[in-house]
Design a protein around this ligand. Structure first.
Ligand SMILES: [Zn+2]
Ligand SMILES: [Zn+2]
Length: 396
């Protein structure tokens, strides 16, 4: 009886979400961003039954919009790559080139707010708790535990900082044209940076590894700066970068200089790295250099940048884990994901919320909730339902 009732509750949740998504795509299908070369892209989507459908193709934006309104999918994706025959199996598609994409996820930023707003759920006994995932369930001792990541203004602002870093690398180190770069709020826990156009699309997998290494600051050594263990100090001073230089050389010189100024106001900013090398010795300097490079690099999900077969969430579509829009950020600095990415609208709905940390959506504060029955605006109810934390009230 219990299982039957649970299934029924799940069905009602799906029905409510499906209707809210359908309504969004009916109103705003035209806002969904169609990639260039639509006829050469693979499309995919997930259903509210959690089935994944791939290898679709569309010949025109109109055909795709009609599909969106008809299917109102849970998630919608298009390939980062272009293919001669996008609907054939992967090995027969005929790869032509790919957008260069970057994914920044708050889960990778190790922000202290995770301790406040993340939660976990034991798949064995159903116990839930707030904060970081325990190694084993305190109740049944299993390690079969799901983590529910959450985003707040603090960690999403930190994610923005990493977007700015990627843009700096693209514009100033790679010479990418500004109009080839698009930034999107991912719709849930981060941001996407997408580079489209002829400059980058021919890069193969190995070249993308190099780009990912460069942007994350992997493999930066003194040798790369032209400095070797047995170099004399006057040689080292000549080879070390100046703060005015471009690329990683200048980036590191400025960082060393800032760090050194904090401890020694009289230090020569221009040759700060040489001073550090002299005081630390070569081996410790090498470690410090690697640490600073990691600190200055952008924290990207490398798999996303390297995967040429990936289908990627489309701009203007709703995220299945939040009901928020994957939204283009025209002005990243002022962009507010909890205000600017609302897409679901409708009558308030009474829901049962099993658990939720406090959150703000559309300038309205909600929660915290624990086993609460509340009436919420549809976008707030959908936000929690998408995360599996709420369900429509069901007394039957
Ligand atoms: Zn348990
Ligand atoms: Zn946070």
């Amino acid at each position: 009886m219990w299982a039957l009732r649970e299934r029924k509750v799940e069905e009602i949740t799906k029905l409510v979400l499906n209707q809210a998504f359908k309504d969004y795509y009916f109103r705003r299908a035209e806002d969904v961003e169609i990639p260039d070369n639509i006829a050469n892209r693979e499309f995919g989507y997930s259903t509210f039954e959690n089935a994944m459908v791939r290898h679709l193709s569309f010949s025109s934006a109109g055909e795709f919009h009609a599909f969106l309104v008809k299917e109102s999918p849970y998630s919608v994706f298009s390939s980062v790559s272009c293919y001669a025959k996008p609907s054939l199996p992967m090995e027969e598609k005929g790869w032509q080139g790919a957008d260069l994409v970057f994914d920044i996820d708050v889960k990778d930023l190790e922000m202290p707010c995770r301790r406040v707003h993340d939660s976990w759920h034991c798949r064995e006994c159903g116990k839930m708790g707030s904060g970081l995932r325990p190694a084993i369930c305190p109740s049944c001792k299993t390690n079969r535990i799901n983590v529910l990541g959450w985003g707040c203004q603090t960690c999403l602002a930190a994610a923005k900082d990493h977007v700015h870093r990627i843009i700096d690398f693209l514009l100033n180190d790679f010479g990418t044209r500004a109009d080839a770069i698009s930034v999107f709020f991912s719709g849930n826990l981060g941001y996407h940076v997408e580079v489209r156009g002829q400059e980058m699309d021919g890069l193969d997998h190995d070249s993308r590894i190099e780009i990912a290494d460069y942007i994350t600051g992997v493999g930066i050594t003194p040798q790369l700066l032209g400095v070797f263990p047995r170099d004399k100090s006057e040689v080292v001073s000549q080879k070390m970068p100046l703060t005015s230089e471009a690329g990683w050389r200048g980036r590191l010189a400025r960082h060393f200089s800032n760090k050194l100024k904090a401890t020694d106001a009289k230090s020569d900013a221009e040759r700060a790295m040489a001073i550090q090398l002299a005081s630390l010795g070569y081996r410790r300097f090498t470690n410090r250099l690697a640490q600073y490079a990691m600190d200055l690099g952008a924290k990207i999900d490398r798999n996303v940048t390297l995967d040429l077969h990936r289908i990627f969430r489309m701009g203007g579509t709703l995220h299945n884990k939040s009901g928020l829009i994957k939204k283009r950020c025209e002005d990243l600095t002022s962009f507010d994901p909890f205000n600017d990415a609302l897409g679901v609208i409708g009558e308030p709905i009474e829901v049962h919320v099993s658990y939720s940390p406090p959150f703000t959506l559309g300038d309205e504060d909600f929660g915290p909730y624990s086993d609460s029955r509340v009436t919420l605006p549809l976008h707030a109810a959908a936000y929690l339902m998408c995360k599996g934390l709420a369900r429509p009230r069901n007394d039957s």
